[in-house]
Design a protein around this ligand. Structure first.
Ligand code: NAD
Ligand code: DAU
Length: 343
């Protein structure tokens, strides 16, 4: 099979490339990625040594380039990870989120219609369901939970999901969608909570916790997400949505304290700052469908996963030093410079 992984130079996409090269050595894996600030060829250095792997630089919203890639690579499967993925950036500048996440998805699906495809898989997110209240721990997101988005990012991802389902219903495109909870692990871009806190703590810099720090996220080790997508490709039913999560809910402040403990640093580094606008309170996935229908289970608890992730960042300083030495500094100064300390 020829499997095109869009956004494969980013965090989850790259982990998926490695997962597939290891677990499906008979398949060709083609990464198609625009290499935005979040895409990094250094992440794919090992993959480039594998004859089954190929990298193509390109934008999913560029129709001509996408059609050319389809003509040349003849994909059997598309797994679409390519996206603008950071909520804070979407609050500052929504437009590029619509361009990539919505228009880009529609171009990919048009290409699938034109050239034919065995499967188009859309990597979506639990954020399309909005949030849950903190005082109702009995509530979880199921595949039937209505879409109810909060940020321009989640609105763009929900729009893409609707479009994917419309192409399935109207044109019979063989699609599946997965909606996963928060991922963490190797190659996570340091603008996101866990890598940002690890790297700041390693530099004895303040750890900016938004608001009261009681917001809850449902954390999943990235390799478990990759395994879930691979199972959906093999056994998932066309036209279906699958939620992915492992019931690993943690308050942000708990996660930050666990990182400090792992690094042997003191809690005085924590600084509560101005909250994110429209900040979702709690995400929590009900993974019953994927477990019962496809037999997927997560394998890594947050305790083990966070320890392994901290170790990975300790051992791969070259990888993240390169990233934080460039535009990231400007981003950090702009994004965090205007936040006020609230305790
Ligand atoms: P990321 O920001 O780390 O990587 C995104 C990748 O997409 C980068 O390599 C970037 O260069 C590429 N890209 C961006 N715009 C592109 C375009 N127009 N054309 C081609 N490539 C483009 O993102 P991530 O955290 O790895 O997330 C991957 C996918 O998983 C996204 O669709 C996201 O919505 C979804 N998701 C993420 C999480 C999470 O916790 N990170 C959880 C659930 C779902
Ligand atoms: O739930 C899946 C989503 O998880 C994905 O769809 C997104 O692409 C991914 O970025 C992630 O979104 P979040 O907004 O949950 O992740 P982030 O790492 O940005 O923030 C996690 C929590 O930590 C959130 O409640 C905000 C908080 N936070 C974040 C940062 C960057 C802080 O308190 N301080 C920070 O500096």
């Amino acid at each position: 099979m020829n499997i095109v992984v869009t956004g494969g130079a980013g965090f989850i996409g790259a982990n998926f490339v490695y997962y597939m090269l290891e677990n499906r050595p008979e398949d060709r894996i083609i990464c198609y990625d625009k290499l935005t600030y979040a895409g990094n060829l250094a992440t794919l250095e090992e993959a480039q040594k594998n004859k089954q792997f190929k990298f193509i630089k390109g934008d999913i919203a560029d129709r001509e380039a996408v059609y050319k890639m389809f003509e040349e690579e003849k994909p059997d499967i598309i797994v679409n990870f390519a996206a603008e993925s950071h909520v804070d950036r979407s609050i500052e500048n929504p437009e590029v989120f619509l361009q990539t996440n919505v228009i880009g998805t529609s171009v990919l699906m048009d290409a699938c219609r034109k050239y034919g495809i065995k499967r188009y898989h859309q990597v979506s997110t639990d954020e399309v369901y909005g949030d849950l209240p903190l005082d109702r721990p009995d509530l979880f997101f199921t595949e039937e939970t209505p879409l109810h988005t909060s940020s321009p990012y989640s609105a763009s991802k929900a729009s893409a999901d609707l479009l994917v389902m419309a192409y399935h219903r109207t044109f019979g495109l063989p699609v599946t969608i997965s909606r996963c909870s928060n991922n963490y692990g190797p190659f996570h871009f340091p603008e996101k909570l866990i890598p940002l806190m690890i790297i700041n703590a390693m530099h004895d810099k303040k750890l900016p916790v938004y608001g009261d720090g009681l917001n809850v996220r449902d954390w999943l080790f990235v390799k478990d997400h990759c395994a879930a997508i691979e199972i959906i490709l093999r056994k998932g039913k066309v036209g279906e949505v699958y939620n992915i999560g492992g019931h690993n809910e943690r308050q942000n402040i708990q996660v930050v304290k666990a990182i400090l403990k792992e690094l042997g640093k003191g809690e005085e580094l924590i600084e509560h700052v101005t909250d994110r606008k429209g900040h979702d309170r709690r995400y929590a996935i009900d993974p019953t469908k994927i477990r019962e229908e496809l037999g997927w289970e997560p394998t890594t608890s947050p305790e083990v996963g966070i320890k392994a992730t901290v170790e990975w960042y300790k051992e791969h300083e070259d990888w993240w030093q390169n990233i934080i030495s460039g535009d990231y500094q400007k981003y950090y100064a702009e994004m965090y410079g205007k936040k006020e300390i609230i305790d």
